[in-house]
Structure formats: structure tokens, C-alpha cells
Design a protein around this ligand. Structure first.
Ligand SMILES: Cc1cc2nc3c(=O)[nH]c(=O)nc-3n(C[C@H](O)[C@H](O)[C@H](O)COP(=O)(O)OP(=O)(O)OC[C@H]3O[C@@H](n4cnc5c(N)ncnc54)[C@H](O)[C@@H]3O)c2cc1C
Ligand code: SF4
Ligand code: SF4
Length: 1009
């Protein structure tokens, strides 16, 4: 297997031509697309020969036929979130099921069964099942992005596996294609016919002839997911594969990692959705005590026993957002806590279980160690903290990263304490440390030591990985555990299959592969004939000495990325000073490399990230796809000048710079900032268009045009003018543009509301109002309203101005890639604001994207301390008012409202946690019950939605949840603080029932008593 990106060959050309001619799917053979499918959440990387995104089952069947004809391998893929390299291959055609093959085919609620296509995501299935009181209970942590096909491929297991088992315990049937093209239904033995029956007879004979080895060498723990399930005829798992001990041939395919057959559909056994849950949080004085207690706690019949160790506790306590929740779970300063959950039909019968837990801990010498949490809201918060703790751990900056390679070894519970003690010593001997978390109930504790995979030699990641693995494997054997207990084999653990099962069973596995896939068409090199786990050539970051060592190409960046340009200490996790990491791109490449491909950006539920993926479902238009494209370009793997190439443009084209990823991505990938960096280099190479200049310089000419509004507004009044603007500038004719007017904020101010600089600096209550270009010229009412609200509450209100016009935050220049001009603008603004900020006076803004530029991009423009001083005082109006209200300084007398109030948060407000302050402020209104719309980006995103080529995508983003929520509430007052959001809401509701959203300042002003 070669990991090098092969160029187009005659074979790949022919394959591409045939796929285009014979299927209706999306066919991608360009280097950037192949690069986006070269990695999963593992340390490995291999460019596939090409990618097919099939539109139908027929496309998959045809692709298998073509591949067989051409003797080319096939690799089925779901969310690509595997941790062991299962979905990387340097020779295969990757087939991505997740975009189109994601339907429920049949739901039988009476038999509690569902049949789904392989690309369906677990959370989407469970959302559909909820109204029936059912769920599919294999609740993997990646439930928002993992597909059922991928989960079956890996024999995945969830946090509640102690109660429900793994995938293998919950699959009833799999309909699949074999590599000869035949479609075979795998299911319960008596139902089999034809080829399925032949396979069953073959496997049964093999199992019978290896009965001794199976009994001796299959680990007896539930969490064993390595190799093939040759034990279906004589189950070795702690938990029988079927409730009646019958044999089901589908279980042979579960955990086979796409090496035996291509799953066409899966029939799954469903469970009743638990209606009630209670949680007991047990506090332990030592980590060992927690490990020793797990075996006793499971006897109480919990549905989950999850570990949070001291490092995780400290990470949570260090975060102001999580501290209060974590504190509610702690008694003193425990070294570890176990979250013990019991669930059932109703809450009352569960309470005695909590009491039993308390009694048990008393018996074990730990009286008073349990925090009881019968209340589900508190439980939910704590589970969120546990998840976030892992995320913080993954966001470690520097080349050393927590690496997953022994993270899911499973040992019998009675040995858990000795095993974890011994492994901790192993880590220490190798100069690293691990943070422990997860599934104590089933003996699978996750742990990732920090290794630098791009370093060669004895101190390098590969050498340490090998040494630690060997010692960990010896411990697993000593304690009769399973080396691969959750995440499968892939490239990382394939070589350990023979070690675990012995040569005879390994040969039996090979015979199964030979029987089902004699052409070795499906995912070759996995399970059978795997490579060495530490073959540097297969790494995403191959170390020096490998055939193509990873190297960053030097780049002079326009933004400051030095915070990422650091190294870390694998034991203390302390990082060096910014700028000392040795990155020849000043930290930009290191920031890009923070993406570890976990695929969380493919989620559809709460949060903003990632709107362009939500409407396209394309890997290219996903934060992960973008980060991978950037990484490959910055390391020279996409050819010369790839960073400023058309492929890069395409990948970033639909990024609306919403900063959703900055907040929601576990490792803090900030694609909006990366796009700014890219844009500046791209424009430097390719030049600015007329549209770029028009948008960027808006703050410069706004004053002039506002004096000639009749002329400026002709575009929307003169028949055909909008059409011309589309042809000339690319601005959509279907959009109205912001309306020019002569009564700007600057013209129509009531001087009585404002104080001069000296009075402001001397006042006991003061605020500097920053009125941006958009509110200043197009929606002056918002500025007036804010000033009135502040003045009414007794604040001295000051507005900074400069000779010849208003100040500007530089945002329009930044988005056009004009970093120098942006720096000049924001620098002048900061100079004007500095005396006030230094005096401790808040800088209050109205437009989220403008005000928050002071807290975000302005800090990356090399403006030094003055930028930090102003950033520290820059607040959105609602943040200021909410804080002042809490301090008892803002208590306006407001009229009450009867109507419901719906709030849409601007993406940048969400990214900076500035949405709840709006709710706080709205709650000051008597009678108000404001409701937040659970929306992602509105789709307008500055100038994005105005562009003709983005119009449809922009409206689709608005239709995801924002517009439907508005339609459902025709009476509601709509509050949206973003200029673009208000425009999008007006455009999206045009017609009979046109709706206008307003800035929170105007609502407050209208209610002033
Ligand atoms: C942060 C993080 C947390 C995780 N937590 C868990 C956890 O709690 N529990 C757990 O078990 N795993 C966990 N995983 C691993 C991974 O998310 C799961 O194994 C998940 O089920 C994989 O789903 P996927 O859709 O991404 O599959 P992929 O990675 O795309 O594929 C997985 C395997 O299935 C095969 N496959 C996919 N579709 C088909 C098909 N149609 N036919 C045949 N074979 C197919 C692939 O070839 C591959 O071998 C975690 C991973 C990460 C990054
Ligand atoms: S961008 Fe963030 S969320 Fe997406 S895969 Fe990378 S690390 Fe995960
Ligand atoms: S900024 Fe928004 S659109 Fe762009 S990658 Fe991040 S989440 Fe997606």
C-alpha cells in the first residue's frame, strides 16, 4: 500500500470515465478531492484513487461491477470518523454513502425494528424514532456524525453498552453486495437461502474446526471488536449476540470494516427510549479507588458508569462556563469521579437505586461520597461538561498531540485498577502522560498519551507508539482483556490481530475473507495482511526519513498566528511562548493542523457549525474538508501554488465566515480567520475585482452616496438595473440592496443625547457608542435608539468621530482580502477609542460583526497593546446592558409586551457567547418571554448572500430553521441584531406576510416609559 498521492494514470482515467458514464453519482478524481478523502480521525493518510458519491443503490452496484472489471479496490465510507485508519487507502475508490444513501427504508414499531440505508447518521435516526418512544441505543460519542453503515463496519459501542451491548448485539440483518456483484441478505440462520446459506455453512465448518482456538483465544469481554466474529456459532462475548442464543450471520459482517461485503441496508433492533434517568456522582480520593469500585457499582445495574479524572475535572473548573456545573458534582477535591446513571420508565423506581449506590459506597469505605442528581437538567449539564473536557484536551497546541492507538483496550473489571496503574507507569517511563476518561462500566478506559508523530528517532512518535503499544499489549494479555475494545483495527491495530487470536485463527479469518471476497476488492490491507502500525509512510505527518516527510512551505502571513506557533510538554502540557514553535508559516499551518478530522463539524443539531455543510452535505464545503485542503496545500501536497489555486477558492467559496467552527469545533479551528488569510494571498496574486473594491470601500464612499440617495437607489428602482448589476458585478438581481438615505445617523443626531469627550471621561456612568457604517448610513434609528436607551438610564453617551466622517472597524476590507487597508482603518478607530478604554469606559457597539472585529481580528493585525486595551472594553449593547443590569446600574422602566418575542442570534454573537445577554436584556421587559430560535447562520453573512452565485445556497441556509421558525410565529416580535440577518429575514419573508426584524435597541427604546 502506498500513501503517496498518485497522479492520474491510464487506469484512474478509465475508472473516472466509466463512473461518469455508467453512474449518476458525483465523481471526483482531482487531487484536492482525493486529499479530502485521504484521512479519517486517525494518524494515517493515503490519497485514494478517486471518490464516488453515489446517488442511488444502483450507482453503488455499478461501481462494484466496474471495480471488479478493472480489478480495483473499493472502500466504503460513512462519516470517516474512524480512529484507526479504517477509511484510508492509497489504492481504492472511496464510496461515500453519507450524502444520498441516508433514508429509513422501513419502520416496524410493533416489532421494534427499523431498516435503514448505510449512510444514515445515528442522531438523525434517533430523532425520527423519538415520537414512537423508541431509540437505537448504541450511543457512540460521535452520534451526530457516525453513520449506521460505519458503526456496523467498526462494531461500535456507546456509553451505555453495559445495558444495551455493542453494534453486534443490536443488528438483526444486513443486506449487502459481495464483490462478485451478488446481493445477499445476511440474517438469522433459519432465514438464510442461496449464497447466504452457503456462507453460513462455510463459516460454521470453520468455526467447528477451530472450536478449541476460539474458546481459548477469543477474549471473554463484551468489548472485543478485533478480527472477524468467528464466534457467532459459539459466542465468547460476556453478552450473548442474540437474546435467545440463536445464530445470526449478519453478525459476521459487523466489525468487518468493509472488508467482506458492501452494506446496502441494515435492519436494527430498537429499544424503548428510557423516560427517566437519575445520576449519582461518586467522588473518589484516589484514581485507583475509582477503578476498584467500578466492578461493584456495575452490579447495581446502571446504564452507564463513566469516568472523569482529575485532569478533566481541573479543565472544567478552569473554564468559567463549566465551573458552576462541575462544582455541583464535587465533594471536596476528588482525584476522580464516576458518573453512575440509572434509567427506566419513570423516575420514582430509580430513586432506590441511587440509595443503593450511596449504601454501596458506604460499605466500600467511602460514606458521603455520592452527589445525587435526580434532576435531568443537572444531569444533562454534567454530561455536557464531560464531553467538553475531552474537547479541551484535544485542543492542545503544538506538534505533540494526544494520540489514539491504545485508547480502547478493554480489561475485565476486576483488573481495571491494576491495569490503569501499570499503564500509567508505562507512560511515565516513556516521558508522557495520559488523561483517562470514559467507559469504566465495561473496562474500556480511553487514554491518549501525547506524542509527536512528525519526529523521527527514539524520541519520535512512531518509536514511542511502538514501545508503549508493546507494553500495553502485554498488560492486556496479562489481564485477559481485548486489545481492540471499541474503535476497531484499521491500520493501527491490524498487526495485533494475529497477536491476539494466534496464527490458526488468523488463517481462519483469511479463509473467511477468501470465501466472501476472493478478489480482495473490499478495503484491502485491513484485518487481513495489514501493514505495520508505525510505518511512517502511512502517517498524515510522515517523519523525516520517510519517503515523503511532512514539511510546511514557508509563508509570510498577513495575520498574526503566533499563538499557535508553540510546542508543548507531553507531561505537564505547558506550552512555550507564542512564536517559538518553529513553524515557517508563523503558526498558520499549525493552526490548520489543529483539525484532527473527528468530523464533529458534520453535526446538524445545535450550534452554528457548519452551515455550508448543512445545505450541501459535501466534504468540500465542511470545516474539516477546508482544513484538510489548506493543510495539504500549505505542505505542498496539492502541487505548486496550491494555496492560491482554484481548488482552494472552491473549498472556501461557501464558507460564510460565521465563526461557528471557532466556537463549536473541539480543537478551535477558526476557518473564518483562515479564510481572511487565504483571501489576502489570493487577491495579492490574482488581483481585486470591481465588486471587491465596491464592497471593501463602502465606508469610504458611503458619506458621498448618502448625499445623493436618489442616484444610489436607482439600482433597485430602474427596471433592468438590478439585472445589469448582476451581469457586471455579480450582485443577485433577486436581492434588494440596502436602501440609501440622506438622514444618516451622522446627520440626524439629537445633540441633547450626547456628551463631549471631557464630560464622558468625567461622568460616573458613561459609554462610548461605536456606530458602524451599516447602522450609521442605512439604519440610523438603531443608533438613535441605543443613545436614547443609554441616556434615559443616566449614561453620558459619547460618539467618536474623525474629520471628514465616521470611523470604521475595517471589516469590509478584511473580507475582501485588503488587510493593510483594514489595519489602517481599525488602527485609527482604536486610537480614537483608546483614551476611553484606558479610563475603563465601555465601547458599546450595535452591529455584531463590526464591534466584535475589535475583540477578534483586530488582535491579529499586529497593533500591539492598544488593540488589547480596546478589545477588553469592547461590548455589544446587550452585553453592556446585561452586565450593568446585573450590577444594579441599569434598571429601566419599560412598558410591558403581550406578544411573543423571537430572537435570532447573529453568528458572531454566538461565537462570542453574546446571545444570552440579549435574552437577559429582553427579560427586563415586563411580561416578555423571549425565545431563541435554534438557528445556524441566516445565510446572508455580509456580502455573501448578495452575490448571484450564492443566492440559492444563502436562502437554503435561511430555510434550515430560521425562516420556518418565523413562519410558525406570525404574531411574534422579531429581534435580530445583525444588519444582514434583518435583510435576510425581510427577503426570505417577502410577499403576503413580509416580516421585519428589529435591533434590540429599538425594541427597548419603543418600550421606554
Ligand atoms: C472523538 C471521537 C469519539 C469516538 N467515540 C466513539 C464511541 O463512543 N464509540 C465507538 O464505538 N466509536 C467511537 N469513535 C469511532 C467512530 O466514530 C465510530 O467507529 C463510528 O461508528 C464510525 O462511523 P463512521 O460513519 O464515521 O464510519 P467510517 O469511519 O466512515 O467507516 C467505518 C468502517 O465502516 C466501513 N463502512 C462504512 N460504510 C460501509 C458500508 N456501507 N459497507 C461496508 N462497510 C462500510 C468503512 O469501510 C470503515 O471500515 C469515535 C471517534 C472519534 C473521532
Ligand atoms: S474542523 Fe474541527 S470539528 Fe471539524 S473535523 Fe476538524 S477538528 Fe473536528
Ligand atoms: S466559518 Fe462557518 S461556514 Fe466557515 S467553516 Fe466555519 S462553520 Fe463553516
Amino acid at each position: 500500500m502506498s500513501a503517496a498521492p498518485q497522479t492520474h494514470t491510464d487506469t484512474s482515467h478509465l475508472l473516472e470515465r466509466r463512473l461518469r458514464a455508467e453512474t449518476e453519482g458525483e465523481v471526483m478524481f482531482d487531487l484536492a478531492s482525493r486529499g479530502r478523502y485521504a484521512t479519517d480521525a486517525s494518524i494515517y493518510q493515503a490519497f485514494p484513487i478517486g471518490v464516488l458519491v453515489p446517488k442511488s443503490e444502483r450507482d453503488v452496484a455499478t461501481a462494484i461491477d466496474i471495480a471488479r472489471d478493472m480489478k480495483l479496490p473499493i472502500l466504503a465510507r460513512g462519516g470517516g470518523t474512524s480512529q484507526c485508519g479504517q477509511t484510508t487507502s492509497g489504492t481504492a475508490l472511496v464510496i461515500d454513502n453519507s450524502k444520498y444513501l441516508r433514508d429509513i427504508l422501513e419502520l416496524d414499531t410493533s416489532r421494534r425494528r427499523v431498516t435503514v440505508q448505510p449512510g444514515m447518521v445515528l442522531d438523525h435516526l434517533n430523532a425520527a424514532l423519538k415520537k414512537h418512544g423508541l431509540w437505537y441505543p448504541v450511543d457512540v460519542s460521535t452520534s451526530a456524525q457516525a453513520t449506521l453503515g460505519g458503526m456496523a463496519g467498526n462494531n461500535s459501542c456507546g456509553s451505555r453498552s453495559i445495558a444495551y451491548g455493542n453494534m453486534v448485539h443490536n443488528v438483526h440483518g444486513i443486506s449487502a453486495w459481495l464483490s462478485d456483484g451478488s446481493a445477499v441478505d445476511f440474517g438469522p440462520l433459519p432465514s438464510l437461502s442461496g449464497k447466504a446459506r452457503d456462507i453460513a455453512l462455510f463459516v460454521e465448518a470453520l468455526a467447528r474446526s477451530h472450536a478449541g482456538e476460539i474458546a481459548a483465544n477469543f477474549p471473554k469481554v463484551m468489548r472485543r471488536v478485533a478480527g472477524y466474529n468467528l464466534d457467532i456459532f459459539d459466542c465468547q462475548s460476556e453478552r450473548p449476540y442474540t437474546t435467545d442464543n440463536s445464530v445470526n450471520l449478519a453478525h459476521l459482517l459487523v466489525g468487518s470494516e468493509g472488508t467482506l461485503a458492501y452494506t446496502r441496508s441494515l435492519t436494527l433492533n430498537l429499544s424503548d427510549l428510557p423516560r427517566a434517568k437519575v445520576l449519582g456522582v461518586v467522588n473518589f480520593p484516589t484514581f485507583r479507588a475509582a477503578m476498584e469500585a467500578a466492578q461493584h457499582i456495575v452490579k447495581l445495574g446502571p446504564t452507564a458508569v463513566e469516568l472523569v479524572d482529575r485532569t478533566m475535572i481541573e479543565l472544567a473548573l478552569a473554564n468559567p462556563a463549566f465551573r458552576p456545573t462541575m462544582q455541583t458534582a464535587l465533594i471536596g477535591q476528588p482525584a476522580a469521579i464516576l458518573l453512575v446513571e440509572f434509567s427506566g420508565e419513570s423516575g420514582a423506581p430509580l430513586l432506590p437505586k441511587l440509595r443503593h449506590l450511596v449504601e454501596l459506597m458506604g460499605d466500600l469505605g467511602l460514606p458521603g461520597s455520592v452527589v445525587e442528581m435526580p434532576d435531568e437538567a443537572r444531569q444533562k449539564n454534567l454530561w455536557e461538561v464531560r464531553k467538553a473536557g475531552l474537547n479541551i484536551m484535544m485542543s492542545l497546541k503544538g506538534d505533540g498531540k494526544p494520540v489514539s492507538f491504545i485508547e480502547d483496550c478493554a480489561v475485565p473489571l476486576e483488573h481495571l485498577a491494576d491495569y490503569t496503574d501499570a499503564l500509567t507507569e508505562v507512560f511515565a517511563r516513556h516521558g508522557t502522560r495520559g488523561t483517562w476518561y470514559a467507559h469504566a462500566s465495561v473496562g474500556t478506559l480511553h487514554v491518549r498519551p501525547i506524542l509527536d508523530m512528525r519526529r523521527a528517532g527514539a524520541e519520535g512518535g512512531a518509536a514511542k507508539m511502538r514501545a508503549i503499544t508493546e507494553e500495553a499489549a502485554a498488560l492486556v494479555r496479562k489481564y485477559k482483556g481485548a486489545y481492540s475494545g471499541e474503535h476497531g483495527d484499521g491500520l493501527c491495530r491490524g498487526e495485533w490481530i494475529e497477536w491476539q487470536f494466534g496464527p490458526k485463527l488468523n488463517d481462519a479469518f483469511r479463509a473467511i475473507k477468501q470465501q466472501l471476497d476472493p478478489l480482495n476488492l473490499f478495503n484491502p490491507g485491513k484485518i487481513i495482511d495489514p501493514p505495520k502500525m508505525d510505518d511512517g509512510a502511512l502517517f498524515r505527518f510522515p517523519p523525516p526519513g520517510s519517503p515523503r516527510p511532512y514539511k510546511r512551505l514557508p509563508l509570510r502571513t498577513n495575520l498574526d498566528w503566533s499563538d499557535w506557533n508553540v510546542q508543548n510538554d507531553p507531561v505537564t502540557e505547558a506550552t512555550t511562548a507564542p512564536g517559538t514553535g518553529g513553524d515557517v508559516t508563523g503558526g498558520f499551518a499549525m493552526a490548520v493542523e489543529m483539525c484532527n478530522n473527528n468530523g464533529h463539524c458534520r453535526k446538524f443539531d445545535a450550534g452554528t457549525m457548519c452551515p455550508s455543510y448543512r445545505v450541501t452535505r459535501d466534504e468540500q464545503h465542511l470545516t474539516r474538508g477546508r482544513a484538510n485542503t489548506l493543510r495539504l496545500a500549505l505542505s505542498g501536497q496539492l502541487g505548486a501554488n496550491a494555496f492560491t489555486s482554484a481548488a482552494m477558492v472552491e473549498s472556501l467559496e461557501l464558507c460564510v465566515s460565521c465563526k461557528g467552527c471557532k466556537r463549536d469545533c473541539p480543537t478551535g479551528v477558526d476557518m473564518a480567520k483562515m479564510k481572511l488569510e487565504f483571501q489576502s494571498h489570493y487577491k495579492a496574486r490574482h488581483g481585486f475585482t470591481l465588486k471587491d473594491r465596491l464592497i471593501a470601500h463602502l465606508p469610504d464612499y458611503a458619506g458621498l452616496l448618502s448625499r445623493l440617495p436618489w442616484l444610489a437607489n436607482l439600482r433597485d428602482r430602474l427596471p433592468g438595473a438590478a439585472w445589469v448589476s448582476e451581469k457586471l458585478l455579480g450582485l443577485s438581481a433577486r436581492r434588494s440592496l440596502p436602501h440609501w438615505r440622506s438622514d444618516t445617523f451622522w446627520q440626524g443626531r439629537d445633540p441633547a443625547l450626547y456628551a463631549d469627550a471631557a464630560a464622558t471621561l468625567a461622568a460616573s456612568k458613561a459609554a462610548v457608542l461605536f456606530v458602524d457604517t451599516f447602522n450609521g448610513f442605512f439604519e440610523a434609528e438603531n443608533g438613535h435608539a441605543a443613545a436614547r436607551v443609554l441616556h434615559h438610564a443616566g449614561y453620558a453617551v459619547h460618539v467618536v468621530e474623525k474629520a471628514g466622517g465616521q470611523h470604521c472597524c475595517g471589516r469590509t476590507y478584511l473580507s475582501a482580502g485588503m488587510i493593510d487597508q483594514a489595519r489602517d482603518k481599525v488602527s485609527a478607530l482604536i486610537d480614537a477609542l483608546l483614551p476611553f478604554a484606558e479610563a475603563g469606559i465601555a465601547i458599546v457597539g450595535l452591529e455584531p460583526s463590526c464591534l466584535l472585529t475589535l475583540r477578534d481580528e483586530a488582535l491579529s493585525l499586529g497593533l500591539g497593546e492598544k488593540a488589547k486595551t480596546v478589545a477588553a472594553k469592547a461590548l455589544l449593547l446587550e452585553e453592556f446592558l446585561s452586565a450593568e443590569a446585573k450590577a444594579g446600574r441599569f434598571a429601566p422602566k419599560l412598558k410591558s409586551v403581550e406578544q411573543p418575542i423571537l430572537l435570532h442570534g447573529h453568528c458572531h454573537q454566538k461565537a462570542f457567547g453574546a446571545v444570552s445577554p440579549i435574552l437577559d436584556v429582553l427579560k427586563l421587559i415586563p411580561g416578555a418571554k423571549p425565545e431563541l430560535i435554534d438557528s445556524s447562520c441566516c445565510g446572508m453573512a455580509g456580502s455573501f448572500g448578495y452575490e448571484a452565485k450564492h443566492y440559492d445556497v444563502s436562502m437554503q441556509m435561511a430555510e434550515l430553521s430560521l425562516l420556518p421558525a418565523i413562519r410558525k410565529a406570525p404574531e411574534a416580535i422579531l429581534v435580530a441584531d445583525g444588519t444582514s440577518c434583518r435583510h435576510q429575514i425581510a427577503d426570505g419573508t417577502r410577499g403576503d406576510w413580509s416580516r421585519q426584524a428589529i435591533h434590540v435597541a429599538r425594541l427597548l427604546e419603543s418600550l421606554l416609559d
